[in-house]
Structure formats: C-alpha cells, structure tokens
Design a protein around this ligand. Structure first.
Ligand code: NAD
Length: 353
C-alpha cells in the first residue's frame, strides 16, 4: 500500500509525524506500506508557488491513500484566492473525486468532562456524519463578485445533480447498514429547490436499503437537535455546506476537535484521511497539539481503504488505552490527568500499540 503523506502547515508536520510513527511501528510489525511526503497548502506555495503543486497531485493520484495534516496560516491570507492554502485542499478533494466525507463524533467516556455539554447529554455518543464534499454552493457556477445597479453583489450557486446525490446516498446507506441502521438526511427542502431534489433522491435510494430507517430533518432543526439531544442520531447524511457547519458543531460534543478524524472517499474507496481541525497557528511549533485525531485518521485508513479491520481496531484500542492511562494534551487536559506533549502522546500510542 502506498501512502502519500502531506503534512501541510502550522501543526500539520507535528501531528503527522506522530501518525507516521504509528505507521512505522506497524511496518516494523510486517505491514507492507510505503510512504512518501510532499508539500501542500502554504508549504506547497512556498515550495512551488502553488498550494497544490503538480508533483504533490501526481503523488496523491498514484497512492492508495493520502494522509493529510492541515493547511493554512495568516501569512498566506493576503495571497490571491487561487493561491491560498485552502484552495489546495479543495482542489485535491475535487481532483481525486473524493465526494464522500465521513466524520465520526464519538465520546470517550473518560473525556465526558471535556465536552461543553452535560455528561448525560453526550456520554456514549457515537454519531457518523456523511457529508457530500465535491458539490453544492462551494463549487456551483456561476459565482463571483460584480457590480450590479451601481453596487457590488456577491453570488454563489447551490447546485446538486441527481447522480451526485445518489452516490453519496449509497455511501451513507452502506455505512448506516454497518451501524445502527438509522439514517437521517438533513436539508432545507422547505425553502430550497436544490434540497427538494436531494430529498427525492434519498427516498428513491432508500428503496435499495429496506433495513435502514430513513428520516428527514431541516438543517436549522438539525443544528438545534445536535446540541439538544445528539444521541438520537446514528448516521446523518447531508450536503457540503450544511455538513461543514453541522460536523464542526458535532465535533464540540466530544470535547476537542483534536480528537476527531475524518475520511474522504472516492468511488473505489481510495481515501484521503485527515483530522477535522485546521493548522492551529496559535500553538504551531510548540509540540503542544493533540495528535490523536491524525492517528485515528490512520485507523480510518485501515478500515475504509485497506479493509483491514483488525489493524483499525488495534490503533483505536491503543488510543483508548493511552486515554484510559490518563495521558492528555493541553486541549483535553482536566485536573488529575497527566499533561503531555504532542510527541510524548505519539510515543505513548506506539507503546500501547
Ligand atoms: P483550527 O482548527 O486550526 O483551530 C481552532 C482552535 O482549536 C485553536 O485554538 C487551535 O489551537 C485548536 N486546535 C486545533 N487543532 C488542535 C489540536 N490538534 N490540538 C490542540 N488544539 C487544537 O481552526 P482556525 O483557527 O479557524 O484556523 C486556523 C487555520 O487553519 C486557518 O488558516 C484555516 O483556514 C485553516 N483550516 C484548515 C483546515 C484544514 O486543513 N482541513 C480546516 C480548518 C481550518
């Protein structure tokens, strides 16, 4: 298996280094994996004047899976839009046709106190959000800022084709089948035609999955329910912009965005795996970041691309063990636990593995 390793910016290189330690430990144990690194985001711009250099894209295309840290930094915020780090990320997702983004929100019992919600609301939470990633208002044309009637107007287009909705629906139903067999489709069909089509296609696809109970919810209500009673959900499927916002809200249920991995898959289960958080410039270079989201992203890589569930479980169990042993980076630290650095946390996971 070839893994393209793209550390990116800010804390990206620090957290990816810990995930690479885990991969190296697995390799020492006999796993047949090759790793090669390349720059992306601001690092891509610095190296080749492009947030997604050609060589990086070529490496990612040739790989079976991509491990990404994070991109972005204030020094790049004044660049022209196409040169900004985030554009590199949007482009690689589009180029690799990674249309299904899987974002679990899971609460480790020991971390219930780190959530901003009451423990009884979040304890035992196990939610999977499937977000469509390559369509919607983020990519729809036309888009732009122009002068109309003497003033500037900004505009974007919310757009989904039937086939785009159908393929993400299949991914979501397949995942729901392996979980609690309940799928909630989130949209805004009371107001948006785009959502009306989304809902119709979901209902059509549901006929192929009679064992899954499909429900529908407007996104405004979903935002409220995710905070009010998040355990009512098993698997959720939604479009790109709604998923962007809801999955960040859901991430806070579990205490820290430093704990949450993600996978973005194409039609053949090739995937890009990355923590959900950004490049955290405020703590970059200080060996303080939580590497567990990135390490858990490697577990997802084993589960979804390599279809090696035993190794996926092994990595997740190693993370559970270090949490149970009381190791905490600053973002999840509470009184009575042991505050450790990013690299110490990585070493502890390798030891637990
Ligand atoms: P962020 O996720 O980088 O940080 C938000 C807060 O969470 C910060 O206080 C940060 O210190 C903390 N945090 C994030 N990851 C952490 C970790 N692993 N361990 C401990 N604490 C952690 O979001 P932001 O501040 O809005 O954005 C910073 C930069 O990251 C921007 O340039 C933004 O565009 C970029 N960004 C990139 C991605 C990505 O690469 N996928 C996602 C979101 C934001």
């Amino acid at each position: 298996m070839k893994i393209a390793v793209l550390p990116g910016d800010g804390i990206g290189p620090e957290i990816v280094a810990q995930a690479v330690k885990v991969l190296e430990a697995l390799r020492a144990d006999g796993a047949k994996i090759e790793m090669e690194s390349a720059p992306i985001g601001g690092a891509g711009y610095d190296a080749a004047g492009d947030p997604l250099p050609d060589a990086t894209l070529k490496l990612a295309r040739a790989a079976d899976a991509v491990l990404l840290g994070a991109v972005g930094g204030v020094q790049y915020d004044t660049l022209e839009r196409p040169l900004r780090p985030e554009r590199g990320l949007l482009r690689i997702r589009k180029e690799l046709n990674l249309f299904a983004n899987l974002r679990p929100a899971l609460l480790y019992p020991e971390l219930a106190g780190a959530s901003s919600l009451k423990p009884e609301v979040v304890a035992g939470l196990d939610l999977m959000i499937v977000r469509e990633l390559t369509g919607d208002v983020y990519f729809g044309q036309p888009r732009g800022i122009e002068v109309r009637n003497g003033e500037r107007v900004g505009f974007n287009t919310m757009l989904y084709s039937e086939s785009e909705v159908r393929r993400v629906a299949h991914v979501a139903f397949d995942i729901a089948m392996k979980r609690g067999k309940r799928l909630c489709s989130v949209e805004k069909s009371n107001v948006l035609e785009c959502s009306e089509l989304w809902k119709e296609v979901m209902i059509e696809v549901a006929k192929d999955y009679p064992a899954v109970e499909l429900s529908h919810m407007y996104v405004d209500n979903a935002a409220m329910q995710i905070i009010r009673a998040p355990k009512q959900f098993d698997t959720m499927v939604t479009g790109n912009i709604f998923g962007d916002i809801l999955s960040d809200a859901a991430s806070m249920l579990s205490g820290s965005i430093g704990m949450l991995p993600s996978a973005s898959l194409d039609e053949h289960n090739k995937g890009m795996y990355e923590p959900i958080h950004g490049s955290a410039p405020d703590i970059a270079g200080k060996d303080m970041a939580n590497p567990l989201a990135t390490i858990l992203s490697v577990a997802m890589m084993y589960r979804y691309t390599f279809a090696d569930l035993a190794t996926a479980d092994r990595i997740e169990n190693a993370v559970k063990k270090v949490i149970a042993e009381g190791y905490r980076t600053g973002d999840i630290w509470t009184e009575g636990t042991q505050k450790v650095s990013c690299s110490t946390m990585g070493d502890a996971v390798v030891k637990a593995l």
